[in-house]
Design a protein around this ligand. Structure first.
Ligand SMILES: Nc1nc2c(ncn2[C@@H]2O[C@H](COP(=O)(O)OP(=O)(O)OP(=O)(O)O)[C@@H](O)[C@H]2O)c(=O)[nH]1
Ligand SMILES: [Mg+2]
Length: 149
């Protein structure tokens, strides 16, 4: 089964995003089954402990096995996250940057997204698990990446 890993610092919103994406999936699958279309790809979403938890290596292990990696960023000190992006690249994952808790930014996270994109070259999505903003778009991108993997 394909795996999507969710990475980010403690309290960056990993579990909330996992829940929001799961809800999105359930809505989609319900629509599909209503149309009696079979062969829906099932994926496993993997929540991780914070990448800033040094005494725990489960995020390291997860990083080795995911097809698609979501790297959550919540503020402009994202050095640690850039390090993880490097690790995930080496492991061969398709990486999507998520500006998490985007509802907390006056500009919806756009400036931070541009800054991260500038240094990493990665596609960046602003998402709020709380308001649901950007969740559908992120889900679509994940599905596109999974289809390519
Ligand atoms: N405003 C806002 N708050 C959020 C959002 N997502 C999560 N939170 C809040 O941020 C806090 C941390 O969210 P979690 O989803 O538990 O974060 P986590 O990364 O799983 O945290 P750990 O598992 O402890 O590392 C909680 O109080 C959430 O309610 C969001 O999109 N917007
Ligand atoms: Mg969590």
């Amino acid at each position: 089964m394909k795996q999507v890993g969710i990475f980010g610092k403690r309290k960056s919103g990993k579990s909330a995003l996992m829940y929001a994406l799961t809800k999105q999936k359930i809505i989609q699958d319900a629509a599909f089954s209503a149309m009696e279309i079979s062969g829906i790809t099932r994926v496993m979403l993997v929540d991780t402990v914070g990448v800033d938890v040094e005494e725990d290596s489960t995020a390291e292990k997860t990083a080795q096995s995911v097809d698609v990696a979501l790297m959550l960023i919540t503020d402009d000190s994202f050095e640690l996250e850039l390090g993880w992006i490097g690790k995930l690249r080496k492991a061969g994952s398709s990486i999507i940057v998520v500006i998490s808790q985007a509802d907390k930014f006056p500009d919806g996270g756009k400036a931070l997204a541009a800054a991260v994109n500038e240094v990493s070259g990665l596609k960046t999505f602003c998402v709020s698990s709380q308001t649901g903003a950007g969740v559908a778009e992120l889900d679509e991108e994940i599905n596109r990446r999974l289809a390519k993997e």
